[in-house]
Design a protein around this ligand. Structure first.
Ligand code: SAH
Length: 467
């Protein structure tokens, strides 16, 4: 086998995409990971880190351009790292995501490929895959000439690249950022410096309610107040839709962006948005889905899969601010939501209240503790009768569900399990367990929540066999 060393230049055909969007090619059984290379390219690459059977390489030159390659919209896409696959056409991105889900279900889930093809719907893409993010957090700093800048961190670093026009964000971001910068220059307000811990303004959080048009700006500051806040407020109020201007204090030397507290400068502390018919109040610290257009499609599918008639008892595990729970509550008899973060549950309860939903109850705790404890307790207090659910929905973080939780789900014998996932590898692992324990995979639909990134969400439905 050929020996490779650092700085060697090699020619390679890119045949796959890695988890971070990097191109993958092979040289005599040796695997190369080439950042910024697109599947289908033939490239010249310089080896930067060589291991026994694989190496990381830097793209030097595209020798033959992939038919999937497009001219990226954003001039900063390589430095930023936010859009890992922007240089691929949107159709190719969707195809890549669909294949990824399919392959994981076959490889990890142990399903037959033809079976997966028979239960899987095409990936649900966006008609307009740009400007879809309703939230952005821009770091504020100083460039080498001492000018105040804002933009984004260059991938894997904390150096700020001045760019106020991210192609995934809303168009209002740009004028808002310009106004904050103008205020800072005018009033001589300093930018925070991460290395010294000095300076005032750390981050600018912007959120927009896509259905309401309401806009929120929150300045995260290394202090309690800002000077001449009427100047800032006066400028920001000129933006149509401005609803909420706040400060959040964060004086800790930390990578955490937001502080714990919010102080109102103008307007109200929250903005309102709708997903479907459900109204949400979103404060600067609330979790909220960043792509509401695709979220509505994703949760709409979850609701369809649940097939509710009004008589069902439903659990929504990992419920966050109750988005799915409230979606389901309108069509179910009773919904129980479980979530580990107490503030999210406060939001879920508030959202239930403002929507006049009275058949949703929320519990704070780990799903893998709350549900098994409920199950055991129910049996004790109901003369050995077992707790039953008609539908259980799970929407876990990337690591998926613990097996003990899956076991309790199986014990509760729901007719349907609806699994919403942001990582199709752990989804495939968990579906394999459910399949081995009396459940059959019926429907799978990938949904593209994050165009131009490697991420893909999936919703699928399992039915209890012989139910
Ligand atoms: N469906 C939710 C979002 C789910 S994201 C919504 O639309 O709001 C996954 C959620 O699981 C996050 O809110 C996270 O805080 C929560 N979580 C993580 N680990 C958990 C656990 N062990 N038990 C319960 N919830 C958990």
């Amino acid at each position: 086998m050929a020996q490779y060393s650092k700085n060697d230049i090699v020619t390679v055909k890119i045949e796959d995409i890695g988890t971070e969007g990097e191109g993958i090619g092979k040289l005599e059984g040796f695997t190369l990971f080439v950042k910024d290379a697109v599947m289908g390219d033939v490239v010249e690459a310089r080896l930067v880190k060589v291991k026994k059977n694989y190496a990381y390489a830097r793209l030097e030159k595209v020798l033959t351009s992939s038919p999937l390659r497009v001219k990226p919209v954003c001039p900063y896409h390589k430095q930023c790292g936010g859009c890992q696959i922007q240089a691929m056409s949107y159709e190719a991105q969707l195809q890549f995501k669909e294949n990824k889900v399919k392959n994981n279900l076959v490889r990890i889930g142990g399903f037959d490929q033809l079976f997966i093809e028979s239960v899987m719907e095409p990936v649900v893409g966006m008609e307009q895959p740009w400007h879809y993010r309703n939230k952005a957090q821009f770091p504020v700093g100083t460039d080498k000439d001492g000018r105040i800048i804002t933009g984004f961190y260059a991938g894997r670093t904390h150096s700020i690249i001045a760019n106020t026009d991210c192609a995934l964000g809303v168009e209002e971001n740009e004028p808002i950022l310009q106004k904050v910068l103008a205020y800072m220059q005018n009033e001589k307000v300093s930018a925070y410096d991460e290395t010294t811990g000095q300076g005032l303004v750390r981050h600018i959080l912007i959120r927009k309610g896509f259905t309401s048009g309401e806009i929120m700006v929150c300045l995260v500051i290394n202090g309690k107040t800002i000077p001449h806040c009427h100047d800032l407020v006066g400028r920001l109020r000129q933006i149509p839709g401005m609803t909420s201007i706040t400060l959040s204090t964060n004086t800790a030397k930390t990578n955490v962006i937001m502080g714990d507290t919010i102080r109102l400068l103008w307007g109200q502390e929250f903005i309102t948005d709708y997903i479907g018919e459900i109204k949400y109040q979103i404060s600067p610290l609330s979790f909220y889905q960043v792509n509401p257009v695709q979220t509505e499609k994703l949760y709409g599918l979850a609701l369809d899969y649940a097939g509710l008639t009004g008589n069902e008892t439903v659990w929504d595990l990992y419920c966050g601010i109750g988005t799915i729970s409230l979606f389901l509550a309108k069509k179910a008899k009773q919904v129980y939501g479980v979530e580990i973060i107490p503030q999210a549950i406060d939001d879920a309860k508030n959202n239930a209240k403002i929507n006049n939903i009275t058949n949703a109850e929320f519990y704070v705790g780990k799903a893998e503790e709350v549900l098994p404890e409920y199950y055991k307790e129910y049996e004790k207090t109901h003369n050995g009768e077992k707790a039953h659910a008609d539908v259980i929905v799970v929407d876990p973080p990337r690591k998926g569900c613990e097996e003990s939780l899956l076991q309790t789900i199986v014990d509760m014998q729901p007719e349907k399990v609806v699994y919403v996932s942001c990582d199709s590898a752990t989804l495939a692992r968990d579906v394999k367990f459910l399949r081995a324990n009396g459940y059959e995979l019926k429907d799978v639909t990938p949904v593209d929540q994050f165009p131009h990134t490697v991420h893909v969400e999936v919703v699928c439905c399992l039915h209890r066999v012989n139910s």
